[in-house]
Design a protein around this ligand. Structure first.
Ligand code: SAM
Ligand code: SF4
Length: 334
C-alpha cells in the first residue's frame, strides 16, 4: 500500500466521493427513515470531531475530492462547525473540490453564514411537502416554517440550495407541481427520491412506495421535460424543465443502471466504511484509527475495504414490505 495512491476498486472504478455521517441522531423522525422510538448509538462509539477530521483527511490524501457531510442530522452534532472549519483547509488548498452537506434544514438559519465561511457552496435540504400539517405528520415533530426559514437564510448567505423530496404515495402526487413551482421559482433544483427499504420504521413500505416512473408521468402533465445526459456518478438522472429552465432529478436506487460508474463510498459516524449503500459489506476504520497515531493501519484498512467494493447493489422490498437491509438510512445518510 502506498498512502499517496489513488483509490480504485477491483472493477477499476476510481473512488473520488465520500459521504461521511457525523451522527446517527436527529431532531426529526421522518416516517420513511426512522421509527418513532429509536435507540441511538452510545457516544463512545461515535468518532470524535478530531477523529472525523483525521479520517476525512486520509481519504483526501488518496484522491477523494468531493465530500458530503450527512447523518442523522449533521447540524445537531456537537462541534460540527469545528469539523467544517478544519476541513475548510482542504478546500482552500484545492485538494477538496467540494465540501457540502445534506440537512433537514431545521438548524440551517443558525449555521448558514459560517458554512459559507468554511468553503461550503451548495447544500441539499430535504423537504417533502409544503403543507404544514403534512410536514408535521411526515417528520413526526418538525415545523415547516423553521425549515422554510432555514432555506431562505441559506440562500441569503449565498448558498446554492437543492431540494430533496422523498416520493410518497398519497402525498407527493398531490403536491408535485407545487414543489416544482416552489423550488424553481426560488432558483433551486429539486430531486425526487424513491423510498429505499432500509431499516424497520414501524410502517409498511409498500404503502409509502411511489415509483418515480409514475411521478414523472404526472409531472409531464404540467411541465415540459427534456432528458439531459448530466450524471453525478450516482443514481440521479436529470431532466430540464422547459418552462423554468431548471432541473428535476430522479433518484431510483432500485435500478442497477448507475453501479458501473459508481465513484462513491460512505463512512458511518462509528467509522465503518460501507462501499455500497445496498449491500451489507463493510470494514471497520475505527480500530485502525484509534489503534495507532500514524495512519498506516488506517490506509491499509481503507485499501482492503475499497478492493472489496461490490459490483452492484441488491435492493428489494419483499412481498411483506419488509426492509432489504436492517440498517436505517440515518445510520449512513443516504
Ligand atoms: N437529516 C438529513 C436530511 O434529512 O436531509 C440528512 C440525512 S437523511 C438520512 C438523507 C436523505 O435520505 C434525506 O433526503 C432523506 O429524505 C432521505 N431518506 C431517508 N430515508 C429514506 C428512505 N428510506 N428512502 C429514501 N430516502 C430516504
Ligand atoms: Fe432525520 Fe433526515 Fe432521517 Fe428525517 S430523513 S429522520 S431529518 S435523518
Amino acid at each position: 500500500m502506498n498512502a499517496s495512491c489513488r483509490l480504485a476498486d477491483s472493477f477499476g472504478r476510481e473512488v473520488i466521493y465520500l459521504r461521511l455521517s457525523v451522527t446517527d441522531r436527529c431532531d426529526l423522525r421522518c416516517v420513511y427513515c426512522m421509527a418513532e422510538r429509536m435507540s441511538f448509538l452510545p457516544r463512545r462509539e461515535i468518532l470524535s470531531i478530531e477523529e472525523l477530521d483525521r479520517l476525512a483527511s486520509a481519504f483526501i490524501t488518496r484522491g477523494v475530492m468531493k465530500f458530503r457531510i450527512t447523518g442523522g442530522e449533521p447540524l445537531v452534532r456537537k462541534g460540527i462547525m469545528n469539523l467544517f472549519g478544519s476541513l475548510s483547509r482542504h478546500v482552500r488548498d484545492g485538494a477538496l473540490r467540494e465540501l457540502t452537506l445534506t440537512t433537514n434544514g431545521t438548524l440551517l438559519a443558525r449555521h448558514a453564514e459560517e458554512l459559507v465561511r468554511c468553503g461550503v457552496r451548495r447544500v441539499n435540504v430535504s423537504l417533502d411537502t409544503l403543507d404544514a400539517a403534512r410536514f408535521a405528520a411526515i417528520t413526526r415533530r418538525g415545523s415547516l416554517d423553521v425549515v422554510l426559514g432555514g432555506i431562505a437564510a441559506a440562500q441569503a448567505a449565498g448558498l446554492q440550495v437543492k431540494l430533496n423530496a422523498v416520493a410518497l404515495r398519497g402525498i407527493t402526487e398531490d403536491e408535485v407541481h407545487d414543489l416544482v413551482g416552489f423550488a424553481h421559482g426560488r432558483g433551486m433544483d429539486i430531486t425526487f427520491i424513491e423510498t429505499m427499504p432500509l431499516g424497520d420504521v414501524g410502517a409498511d413500505r409498500t404503502e409509502q412506495y411511489l415509483p418515480l416512473t409514475e411521478l414523472r408521468q404526472l409531472i409531464e402533465t404540467r411541465w415540459t421535460l427534456t432528458d439531459t445526459l448530466e450524471r453525478s456518478g450516482g443514481p440521479a438522472r436529470y431532466v430540464r424543465v422547459g418552462e423554468t429552465g431548471r432541473r428535476i432529478g430522479f433518484i431510483t436506487p432500485l435500478s442497477h443502471s448507475f453501479c458501473d460508474s459508481c465513484n462513491r463510498v460512505r463512512v458511518s459516524a462509528t467509522g465503518v466504511l460501507h462501499t455500497c449503500l445496498g449491500q451489507e459489506d463493510s470494514i471497520d476504520l475505527k480500530a485502525p484509527l484509534r489503534g495507532s497515531e500514524a495512519d498506516a493501519l488506517l490506509h491499509a484498512a481503507i485499501d482492503t475495504g475499497i478492493r472489496a467494493k461490490p459490483r452492484g447493489h441488491d435492493f428489494r422490498i419483499d412481498a411483506n414490505g419488509a426492509p432489504a437491509l436492517a440498517r436505517h438510512m440515518s445510520a449512513l445518510g443516504g
